[in-house]
Design a protein around this ligand. Structure first.
Ligand code: URP
Ligand code: ZN
Ligand code: ZN
Ligand code: ZN
Length: 474
């Protein structure tokens, strides 16, 4: 149904202004004042947003829903995860499609469609994991980019003997991706060295969760980030470093960008707000805080905030990858290396960044929008359909009350998991209502959407074939 949102303050990555928004057919038809007659002509419902911000719907570029990992499967699937995301102001996610060596990539993509179709409450796309490069893989990739609209490939530099690919595979993925206009994403940690450090710690009898952090030093993240960035410079590929946690990695990205390399970085709320000491909580509770890369010493947090403020890091992902404490995280009791890696953040990503970023004066409203929505839309081939409030864009809009106060808790969150890593954190500001393509998914703090209403989004390559040809011409 058509809608006219009146009296709100529109915030985009560039502008802050008061105007009304007219929506029909899922699309923003007009922005301005004096739209009442046009609204009445199409029977638009009037929504009053006085005192509220209108943000473009959040885009979470990094989720793992219904994903097998660490001998178990994530607690949130595409239904519970996307409903929680919507409560938190996110209207689009890009999830990581895992692949199996020796099997057609198309089979893995179909598997991911089967997990998500009919379940997702918000729009969604996929990144594709590349674990090997061979003739079969090379033959499949053009169609995956141009027909499936999957325009980002993920290479793991860690998780040895599970997901890790070698540098040759990373290099060849970059060569192919840059020809196709696809972006390469990396989990940047030196998996070979970490594998040795884990074995050594276990042999010495160190089994507690804190050893997860102690066997993955930040230097090894910085080293892998710099290595990937140099390979990107060499191949001309566009590189996106997921979940940056530390000063060493921020520096490696800055150095690459100074040299003109096409390198981008994401961080996550957990690295901005939690630190390594959480891994030392008693009664195995530290396992709740096991992410890879690990939480770092608190001094890294200022470096990350500063990079967000000054453009050294460009996006915020949740890295949603939830496992219950009871029954799942517990798999690592007596051996930290068996704790399933990851945590539930999809619901609170947006609010935490607003509260800790904007409300605490670290970020402007426009920087906030860029980090939680617009920049991801631009980097991942969704802009201007998504990531902004503009005529012709999808009406993905968050009606946000900057004065609301709430406390994050497992008791009230909507994720299907038995703890919240931000339990007890007070946040300022809350998404009150959330629209996806012009329909309410959340209305006055209640879910009114539908599992399955979300659409698969095909994404555009970041450069068109003609430019690719010019770029590779002799
Ligand atoms: O610990 C994490 N980050 N789990 C999810 C998988 C990944 O590496 O992104
Ligand atoms: Zn990762
Ligand atoms: Zn020791
Ligand atoms: Zn991840």
């Amino acid at each position: 149904m058509a809608k006219l949102i009146k009296n709100g303050t529109i915030i985009t990555a560039a502008d802050t202004y008061q105007a009304d928004v007219l929506i029909e057919g899922g699309i923003i038809q007009a922005i301005g004042t004096g739209l009442e007659a046009a609204g009445a002509a199409i029977g638009a419902e009037i929504i009053d947003a006085a005192g509220k911000y209108l943000f473009p719907g959040g885009i979470d570029p990094h989720t793992h829903l219904d994903m097998p990992f660490g001998g178990t499967v994530t607690a949130d699937n595409f239904e519970t995860g996307t409903i929680a995301a919507a409560f938190g102001g996110t209207t689009t996610i890009i999830d990581f499609c895992l692949t199996d060596k020796g099997k057609p990539l198309a089979d893995s993509i179909q598997k991911w469609h089967a997990k998500s179709a009919g379940k997702s409450a918000i729009d969604y796309g996929f990144h594709l994991m590349i674990g090997e490069i061979n003739d079969e893989v090379l033959a499949e990739l053009p169609d995956i980019v141009h027909t499936e609209g999957i325009t980002s490939f993920k290479v793991f530099m860690a998780y040895k003997n599970v997901f890790q690919a070698d540098d040759g595979t990373l290099y060849r993925t970059m060569l192919t991706a840059s020809e196709l206009g696809a972006m390469v994403m990396v989990h940047a940690e030196n998996g070979d060295v970490i594998d040795y450090l884990i074995a050594k710690a276990l042999a010495e009898g160190h089994t507690e969760p804190i050893y997860h952090a102690l066997t993955r030093p930040s230097m090894l993240e910085g080293e892998a980030t710099g290595r990937a960035a140099k390979l990107a410079g060499l191949t001309g590929a566009r590189l996106y470093v997921v979940h940056v946690t530390c000063e060493e990695a921020v520096k490696a990205i800055a150095e690459a960008r100074e040299q003109g390399f096409d390198v981008w970085g994401e961080t996550c709320p957990q690295y901005l707000l939690l630190d390594q000491s959480y891994l030392e909580l008693p009664d195995f509770e530290g396992a709740k805080y096991v992410w890879s890369p690990p939480l770092r010493e608190a001094r890294h947090q200022d470096v990350l905030w500063n990079a967000l403020r000054t453009g050294g890091l460009q996006t915020i992902g949740s890295d949603q990858c939830s496992f219950n404490f009871n029954g799942q995280k517990e798999l690592g009791k007596g051996d930290f290396s068996k704790i399933p890696n990851g945590g539930p953040v999809i619901e609170d990503r947006f609010s935490l960044l607003y509260s800790e970023g904007v409300a605490k004066g670290r970020l402007t409203l426009n920087q906030f929008v860029d980090l939680v929505s617009t920049r991801s839309a631009k980097l991942f081939g969704l802009f201007p359909r998504k990531g902004t409030i503009a005529v012709g864009s999808d009406a993905d809009i968050v009606i946000f009350d900057p004065a609301a106060e709430r406390v994050i808790s497992e008791a009230t969150h909507h994720m299907n998991v038995d703890y919240n890593p931000f339990e007890g954190t007070a946040v300022t500001g809350a998404p009150i209502s959330v629209l996806s393509r012009g329909e309410f998914v959340i209305r006055d703090l209640n879910f009114v959407g539908r599992a399955g209403a979300g659409q698969y989004v095909k994404r555009a390559p970041y450069k068109q074939p003609v430019q690719a040809e010019l770029a590779t011409a002799p």
